[in-house]
Structures are given as structure tokens and as C-alpha cells.
Design a binder for this molecule. Structure first.
Ligand code: AVJ
Ligand code: FE
Length: 439
């Protein structure tokens, strides 16, 4: 080790963080051939090589150019600017082959590491203080890993040969299907004041008053959801909102995405290259917000608001203490929750007995993102930082908030305060839900 490294453990830590993010990205892409990396597999997703190039372009923008004088997000190179090229047209762009793309990623990374040596992480402006901008870039790479996995689940031709490295533990009986935990209501603090990792949309930390409510102890399982289908849920107008029914007439589906009928009563479900009889103990995945909402109405329940979700995941009503993760403040480890991709599938509910929140909800982080009732917007006092194109550009009633992360989420890109969002018709994301009810 040279002296500079010894004197600057924060630099060393950030270099390792970035290297580890890249190692994972390349691991996910490794089983995929050049043609498949460049193909548009679905109108909803761009080619994977676009994501790779975009990861590097974003890194170059923030960790080289922007450190030497503020620039606009619109200065992102045209090819990899997401606003200039919507996903459905990215397959027609003059994208490089994988070798050329990886070489460009390496060249950018070398300049980033060189620049890192002279960054003032202790002082410096808010962008670099505490390593914020480096954490933002690492999280961006993690998020595009999940995008890549969505693409791979939709892949045409031969299924993606997932490099599975984790076999999750089996589920355990933790609660009866549909059993609910009680949140007593009262004053709860939502969001965070963290400025080292959190996104602008998670701030400011602010108090809200909640009524008492009940919330499912477990996410809705495949078994629960199959009962809704068997009861004619997709045929009965009364369970669906107007927008949900309109979506259903148009989409003409009768089950979650990636389910196939098998025999008279059975189903199979596919996760990457593995198709298996439907596991009734796994959380339902690949349902859109409208399907979640219809199920909840059928069950005599509703979706939780995002405030209720965060309260149930993070708040200890007995002490008024707030947790970073459902299990506490300790960082994720493999025994705590099904995160970090390498299972390439959901786990059965109850498989992680320590993944339990103060009020007794299991599995709020990991396995599937959970749809909430809430439109994506800024908290009271929201300030855009460091650029409006991450969050603010998407505020509005057309997007619904999801919470909790999925098996495909890297641990650095989720926490109790983390807010994801998507259109209420989207099913390619790794999303399920749990229900709530007024007391
Ligand atoms: C937070 C997952 C909705 O993929 O659109 C990646 C994350 N933002 N690059 C998305 C993101 C910019 C974002 N989501
Ligand atoms: Fe991006």
C-alpha cells in the first residue's frame, strides 16, 4: 500500500465500492452473447449494452466532469441520454459491441480513480461530502443491474442462464395467510436526513400523523393470489377501478406475467431459465398496481399508503425509534433478507426469520418490491439534489410508489426510506404487494 492510501481510507473504500459494483454488472452480463446484449428483447426495455454504456456515461458525467465545475444532466452524451432515446427505440441506436463497450467503461473508470485521489471528501461541497456523489453513482449502477435483470427475464430466444449462487432457506410458518399486524397510529417520522447515501426524494425527514391501521404480516403469496384467480377475480368488474378495468380489457391477461396454465387447475411460473410448478409459498411477483388493487378489494382490504408501509417497516411505536431496515440498523447480510440478486428468484415467505419489523411484519425488504397506494411526489420541503432528472422529473399522479426492494435489488440500493416508482400498468418489474385495512 502506498502512503496516500494509508492516509485516505475513504478513498480506498470508495475505490473498492466502485470495483465491486462493476464486478457484479459484468457477472450478470457474462452468460449473454453479443447479439443478445445488443438486441431489443421487449419494447419496454432497451438493449443491455445500452445500460452498460449508460452506466459508464453517468459515471463519467458525475465523477469526472462535474467535479471540475457544475454541468447540466443534459450534457450527458447523446447516445446514452435516457430522455433523448426512450427504451423502445434504443435497439435502433448505433450501439457498440460488448468488447468496445467494456473498454470504454474501463477507460472512464481509470480517470475516475485518478480524480478520486484529489477529491476532498471531508470538506468539499455537499456533492462530494461524505462520498455522496460516489454513492449515488454506485447506486445508479445497482439500479441498472435490476433493469438488466428485468430485460433478461423478458429475453427472447434461449432463456438467460442465471449464474445462481444462492439457494434461499425454505419458508417457515410465520403467520396464517392474510393475518395482519396492528399499527397503533400516532406521530411517525417518515423519510431521512441522511446526506451520504439517501436520494433527494427520501428527504426531508418529517412527521406525519397516522390513524391506527392493520397491515398484512406477509406479502401476498402465489397461493393467495391463485385463490383470487380461481374465484373469478379477473372476470368480475366490481373488484377493479375504472382505470384497472380499462387496462385489463386492453391487456387481456388472466394471471401474473410469466405464469402459464398447466393441467386443469395448476400453474407454472418462470424465473429466468427455471420454470417450476407454482410455489404457493412464494410472494406473488410480476403483477401491476391495478392487479394488486383489485386483489386487495376482493380480499376486503386496500393497498397501504407509502407512509403506512414505511411506518410498518421502520417505526417502533413503543419507543418512537426508527430503523434503517426492518430488522434494525445493521447492514444487510445474506441471512437477513433475499436481496442481492444471486438467488435469481423469490424465496418462500418466512424464509428469513430475522427479516421482521418492530410491529411484526415479515419480508418487507427483499423478494419483491411492494406496490403502495401513493402517487410519487416530493415530501413537504423537498429540494432537488443534485439534479432534477432523477426524482422531480417523475413527480405526479401517473406514477405509483413501490417500497422494499426485490431479490434483484442490490443492498446498497434499498432501505426503509427508499422510494421506487413506476406506471400502474407495469408488470415486468419484480413487484408484488401486501394489503392494509382501516382498524
Ligand atoms: C428509480 C428505478 C424508477 O430506472 O427509471 C436509473 C432508477 N434513474 N437511472 C429508473 C434510475 C436513472 C429509476 N427507478
Ligand atoms: Fe440511469
Amino acid at each position: 500500500m502506498n502512503q496516500q492510501t494509508v492516509a485516505r481510507p475513504d478513498v480506498e473504500r470508495i475505490a473498492r465500492l466502485l470495483a465491486e459494483a462493476r464486478e457484479r454488472t459484468l457477472l450478470l452480463a457474462a452468460p449473454v452473447g453479443d447479439d443478445d446484449l445488443r438486441a431489443q428483447h421487449d419494447p419496454l426495455m432497451g438493449p443491455i449494452v445500452w445500460d452498460l454504456g449508460h452506466i459508464a456515461a453517468f459515471e463519467e458525467l458525475w465523477l469526472t466532469r462535474n467535479l471540475d465545475g457544475a454541468i447540466e444532466f443534459s450534457e450527458m452524451p447523446g447516445l446514452y441520454n435516457p430522455f433523448e432515446h426512450p427504451r423502445r427505440v434504443r435497439g435502433a441506436l448505433p450501439l457498440p459491441g460488448i468488447a468496445e463497450c467494456v473498454a470504454a467503461m474501463e477507460e472512464i473508470r481509470a480517470r475516475v480513480l485518478e480524480r478520486l485521489e484529489s477529491v476532498d471528501l471531508a470538506g468539499g461541497p455537499p456533492l462530494v461530502r461524505g462520498g455522496y456523489v460516489y454513492h449515488m453513482v454506485a447506486q445508479h449502477e445497482y439500479q441498472h443491474n435490476e433493469t438488466i435483470l428485468q430485460t433478461l427475464q423478458l429475453k427472447r430466444g434461449e432463456p438467460y442462464r442465471a449464474p445462481r449462487a444462492i439457494v434461499p432457506p425454505p419458508g417457515r410458518e410465520t403467520a396464517a395467510p392474510g393475518a395482519m399486524a396492528r399499527f397503533p397510529g400516532g406521530r411517525v417520522e417518515i423519510g431521512t436526513a441522511d446526506r451520504a447515501w439517501a436520494y433527494d426524494n427520501e428527504r426531508p425527514r418529517h412527521a406525519v400523523a397516522l390513524r391506527p391501521f392493520l397491515i398484512d404480516i406477509l406479502p401476498v403469496t402465489n397461493g393467495d393470489y391463485a385463490a383470487f384467480i380461481d374465484a373469478g377475480g379477473y372476470r368480475e368488474r366490481r373488484w377493479w377501478s375504472d382505470a384497472g378495468w380499462a387496462w385489463l380489457q386492453d391487456a387481456k391477461v388472466d394471471a401474473p406475467k410469466h405464469w402459464e396454465r398447466s393441467g386443469a387447475h395448476g400453474w407454472t411460473a418462470r424465473s429466468m431459465d427455471r420454470t417450476a410448478p407454482l410455489d404457493t409459498m412464494k410472494p406473488v411477483c410480476h403483477v401491476c398496481w391495478h392487479e394488486a388493487e383489485a386483489y386487495a378489494r376482493w380480499a376486503g382490504k386496500r393497498l397501504p399508503t407509502e407512509y403506512e408501509w414505511e411506518a410498518a417497516a421502520s417505526w417502533d411505536p413503543a419507543t418512537g425509534a426508527k430503523r434503517l431496515y426492518p430488522w434494525g440498523d445493521e447492514p444487510w447480510a445474506p441471512a437477513l433478507a433475499n436481496l442481492d440478486q444471486l438467488a435469481f428468484d423469490t424465496a418462500q415467505v418466512g424464509a428469513y426469520p430475522r427479516n421482521v419489523s418492530p410491529i411484526g411484519c415479515y419480508g418487507m425488504v427483499g423478494d419483491v418490491w411492494e406496490w403502495t397506494a401513493t402517487d410519487f411526489g416530493g415530501y413537504p420541503g423537498y429540494e432537488s439534489f443534485p439534479f432534477p432528472e432523477y426524482s422531480e422529473a417523475f413527480f405526479g399522479p401517473e406514477y405509483k410508489v413501490l417500497r422494499g426492494g426485490s431479490w434483484a435489488t442490490r443492498p446498497g440500493a434499498v432501505r426503509n426510506s427508499f422510494r421506487n416508482w413506476d406506471y400502474p400498468i407495469r408488470r415486468q418489474i419484480f413487484a408484488g404487494f401486501r394489503c392494509a385495512r382501516d382498524e
